[in-house]
Every structure is written in C-alpha cells, then in structure tokens.
Design a protein around this ligand. Sequence first.
Ligand SMILES: [Zn+2]
Length: 171
Amino acid sequence: MSNALVLNATYEPLCVVSERRALILVMNHRAGVVETSGSFIHHPAGDISLPTVIKLNRFVRVPYRNTVPLTRRAIFARDGGKCVYCQAPATSIDHVMPRSRGGAHAWDNVVSACHRCNHSKADRTLKDLGWRLRNIPKEPSGAAWRILGTGRADPRWVPYLQPFGVGSVVA
Ligand SMILES: [Zn+2]
C-alpha cells in the first residue's frame, strides 16, 4: 500500500495519508478523488480504484505550527538543488557556521552545497574565506513543505505541490 496526498478544499496540500485512509475519506463523502493510483482493491460489487490524490469536500483550517522537518530533501528543495556558493548541483549539506565553531543544525544555518565547496570550506567561516551567501537561509513556510518531510513524494503529486513553491526536487 502506498500513500495518498490530501488537498484542502482550496487545493492547498495538507498532508499525506495511507491509500486506505484516503479511500475511507472518499467513501464517507468527506473527500473526492482527484487522481487515482492505478491500483485496485477487489470488492464483490466491483473493483475499487485507489486514490493517490484526494481533495477534501469541506475546507479545513490548519493550525499553523510552522515546523518544517529539517531533512536533506527539504534543504535541497529550498535551495533549488544547487550549491548556494557556486550553483553546481548540490550533493551535500553544509553548516554555514561550522558545527565545530558552535553553529547550530537549524534552518538558518544549513544550506545545500556541492562536494567541492563543502570540502574547501571545511571548518572555516564565510568571513574567513571571504565568501557570501546570495540569500540568508531561513525556514521555509507553507503547507507543501510539510509534505517534503513525510518521505518520498509520488511524482503524480508534483503538479499539486508546484503552485506552492515545491516540486522541482520532489520528484
Ligand atoms: Zn559549490
């Protein structure tokens, strides 16, 4: 069984649930199917197609606990999959203020970097090197970002995540 993406009535991505949970929401008329997964559940009255994207029939107000999980996937997505120092494809996570110098493992101190920059930076600070960041790293906000922390996203979810600023790195 795989998972299904749940969209709010406004199409804003909300969360990820199991396909079975998604099917229950649909059968209870709490949600409608937006995309089917291509797999089926066998049923005497006819096979039931499992959803991969559903949309709630009624708008749900989400209490914003703005905690986006600090994962490699989410950091790469925020930074566009590129090294923040030289724009080469990112292959690693760099702590701007090195951990050995007291830098935190937090959204405002982690960036995606290529191996070369990460290696040559080592445990030096940007000031030591005379390097600069184009953007100050910060915690991303918005519902789509929470989806990133839930693990692998189905490529069919991308069109629904993309309008919310996530997508190029998800698939
Ligand atoms: Zn680089």
